[in-house]
Design a protein around this ligand. Structure first.
Ligand SMILES: NC(=O)c1ccc[n+]([C@@H]2O[C@H](COP(=O)([O-])OP(=O)(O)OC[C@H]3O[C@@H](n4cnc5c(N)ncnc54)[C@H](O)[C@@H]3O)[C@@H](O)[C@H]2O)c1
Length: 305
């Protein structure tokens, strides 16, 4: 089966996704679209220069929205990351730019007849993804945001370092906004299958401090290199592979939750139709409250669009 991917916004994140798709041999066709045509052309050439050293033979094209008509996976990674340079931890600082960018790209995606699965990283991720879903008019299952998938990976890393285990052996989820109101649902977190709530007191672990480290993980990267790219690209590609392989992967992402009438990060099942099901793990009341508060924050911003 031929696999066709497209990326709108070939900046740090889009380029990292493109590179990873090409070198791993995942893409048979790859469409790169950017407002900055020179950048799209340069990334195309750079990737094409690599193809003589690849086993796969990806066809890489640029700047043509019509190509989206039969695209399987569309990554939306446009933005203006420099808007966050002086934002001191606030992802909403990019909103005045991304709000205008999605108004430009959503009608073009819709007009192309795109009917695959759209994976958005643009910040603020939850509100922007909801906007894209509404404007493009695809079923909610087909439009998802990376949401707290990356924050969950950061939590897994931070916890794994404390317990000296592999991050994959830390399970559980960060819920809510991909932003400051996110929270680690510690009731869901286990290390090698053992609930962290019972392990933490024995190890004198301060879960609040761990949560702060996980939450600010993106800023630790951003302050050093001016953007983040590898982890978010890996998360976005993992979601896309789950769709194309119909993996039925259970993982958190940003999707529509009818209870809050909002996109918000929570676990779901990712398969060939996108988010096929939301998994409603019963949370203790204080975590339920945090989720409601986080969803309300997202809704408030979405309303301003
Ligand atoms: N959700 C997450 O976990 C996560 C992680 C990292 C980055 N991000 C977000 O992903 C987005 C991309 O980040 P980045 O570092 O690659 O940004 P960047 O500024 O490096 O690149 C953005 C690209 O989008 C292009 N662009 C702008 N307007 C466009 C338009 N109307 N049409 C097409 N292309 C357009 C720009 O020319 C640029 O090449 C940002 O919103 C960023 O905040 C999210």
């Amino acid at each position: 089966m031929s696999r066709k991917y497209a990326i709108i916004g070939v900046g740090h994140v889009g380029a990292a996704i493109a590179f990873s798709l090409v070198v791993q041999g995942f893409a048979d066709e790859l469409i790169l679209i950017d407002k900055n045509e020179k950048k799209a052309r340069a990334e195309q050439l750079d990737l094409q220069d690599a193809t003589a050293r690849l086993d796969s033979r990806p066809k890489i094209k640029i700047q043509d929205y019509a190509e989206l008509a039969d695209t399987d996976i569309l990554f939306v990674t446009a933005g203006n990351i420099h808007a966050l340079d002086n934002a001191s931890g606030n992802r909403w600082a990019e909103f005045e730019y991304t709000r205008e960018i999605v108004k430009d790209i959503a009608p073009k995606i819709k007009a192309s007849g795109f009917n695959g699965v759209l994976i958005d990283t643009m910040n603020p991720c939850d509100a922007i993804t909801q906007y894209l879903q509404k404007e493009i008019g695809l079923p909610g299952s087909q439009v998802l945001g990376t949401g707290t998938f990356l924050d969950t990976a950061r939590m897994q890393r931070v916890v794994s370092e404390k317990f000296n285990v592999d991050p994959k052996n830390v399970s559980g989820f960060v819920y809510g906004e991909h932003g400051e109101s996110q929270f680690v649902a510690w009731s869901t977190v286990s290390v090698n299958g053992l609930p962290i709530k019972t392990l933490a007191p024995k190890m004198n672990l301060d879960l609040d401090a761990l949560e702060d480290t996980a939450r600010s993980g993106g800023w630790a990267v951003h302050s050093g290199k001016g953007y983040t790219s590898f982890a978010i690209a890996t998360c976005a590609i993992k979601l896309s592979r789950a769709v194309l392989d119909d993996a039925q992967l259970m993982c958190p992402c940003s999707s529509y939750n009818v209870k809050y009438n909002s996109y918000v990060g929570q676990p779901g099942i990712i398969g060939k139709n996108g988010v096929e099901e939301l998994i409603d793990i019963p949370l203790p009341p204080e975590e339920e409250q945090k989720l409601a508060t986080s969803a309300a924050t997202i809704k408030e911003k979405f309303a301003t669009m």
